[in-house]
Design a protein around this ligand. Structure first.
Ligand code: NAD
Length: 354
């Protein structure tokens, strides 16, 4: 019996799960599914025999296969977590859902809006859980900031500026917008509870001739908030820095700092003019708070939410709908890049309800 990391109000039987894709990221899913009480890791799968042998030795009670079909054919297997390259997400997830398995897919949900929406629709029709791996939705600092925004602490959100840059890892099959963008687009969606109304972007392919490795993306939201997202695999140092400016307070969220959230009681007021043309600005620089953030591994919380969503028949926090919305934003980024940075209007209705 594994120790409970996340005590559940009503305990449930562990979800019998598999992981497909044992490259860079998949081993993290394996470790967490193996550790949490809510799951029982039954299978691991990869086309690469040497990866299977490495992880087979590390997890001797788990069955290993190069054949994805073996997972589909196991009637006891309930859920499959997919951590393979983005172009394979749709065919693997489609086959898994058609075989009646619940599916977790690493970000992004799929390689196009059409594919993402089809998966979400199929999962809903079959009553299966489909969860995209938007890990930051389980990050304690991200959740602390979400609570502050939702509670009105910051006032109106004027703008958000995000930098996610470091040296590497260059991907050979997707652009930096498809690789790193899902993190920031999912965080923005979670905080603002909206998809942007308009997107514009510029990028450059500095290393591979056709794969953008730097992108500057602008997002506009209904009722005025704007956001800027800078993404790059080509930077001298690692930055994970977000500034949120509201009418009442401001926050700096630095994910690589040991003080990840700093709240500034700062702002500016435009005072009523005494007479025509005499505007007065008053700047306020008050306290800076650095609240303690409860440490927890986001991926462990994410895997636990996946299993609980399956057992309780409820949507996970990182829902299929949110995953489709994130793909819609990346798709709009691509459309803007293809038209020399033009401003692309997104239908603000969800692709699922449209
Ligand atoms: N949440 C995060 O922070 C995070 C971080 C990194 C990567 N990811 C995501 O994880 C996924 C995988 O990325 P990666 O960097 O680990 O890729 P990777 O190329 O390192 O590994 C992919 C693995 O999948 C295997 N594979 C490919 N097709 C397969 C198939 N049909 N059946 C079985 N195995 C197959 C490959 O042999 C390889 O071992 C991507 O969706 C990526 O966006 C998420």
């Amino acid at each position: 019996m594994k120790p409970p990391i996340f005590p559940h109000d009503v305990p449930f039987d562990p979800v019998r799960a598999a992981v497909v894709g044992l490259g860079y990221w998949g081993p993290n899913l394996i470790r967490n599914l193996n550790e949490i009480e809510a799951a029982e890791l039954r299978w691991i799968c990869d086309l690469d025999q040497s990866r299977l042998e490495t992880f087979g030795r590390r997890y001797p009670s788990v069955s290993c296969t190069r054949e994805f079909a073996d997972l589909l054919a196991d009637p006891e297997l309930e859920a499959i977590a997919i951590a393979t390259p983005v172009s394979t997400h749709y065919p693997l997830a489609l086959a898994a859902l058609e075989a009646g398995k619940h599916v977790f897919i690493e970000k992004p949900l799929a390689a196009s809006v059409n594919e993402a929406a089809k998966l979400a629709t199929l999962a809903a029709e079959r009553g299966l859980t489909l969860m995209p791996g938007h890990t930051f939705l389980y990050s304690p600092p991200v959740n602390m900031i979400r609570d502050l925004i939702a509670g009105g602490e910051l006032g109106d959100i004027y703008f958000i500026s995000m930098s996610r840059v470091n040296l590497g890892l260059h991907q050979s099959d997707v652009s930096v917008a498809w690789d790193l963008g899902p993190h920031d687009f999912s965080i923005l969606r979670y905080w603002l509870e909206k998809t942007p109304s308009h997107v514009s972007a510029m990028s450059r392919s500095c290393v591979f001739p056709t794969i953008p490795d730097v992108a500057f993306i602008n997002l506009e939201y209904e009722r005025g908030a704007i956001a800027h997202v800078e993404l790059s695999w080509l930077a001298p140092s690692k930055l994970r820095r977000t500034t949120i400016v509201g009418s009442s307070k401001m926050i700096v969220y630095d994910d690589v700092s040991n003080e990840p959230v700093r709240i500034f009681d700062s702002g500016v007021m435009l005072d009523q003019p005494q007479s025509f043309g005499e505007f007065q600005l008053s700047y306020r620089t008050g306290e800076i708070l650095s609240p303690a953030v409860r440490p927890a591994e986001p991926l462990s919380l994410e895997m636990d939410d996946f299993c609980e969503a399956i057992r309780r028949g409820r949507s996970p926090r990182s829902s299929a709908k949110l995953g489709v919305e994130v793909v819609r934003v990346i798709d709009a980024v691509d459309a803007s890049l293809a038209s020399a940075g033009s401003r692309i209007a997104l239908d603000t209705r969800s692709a699922l309800t449209a």
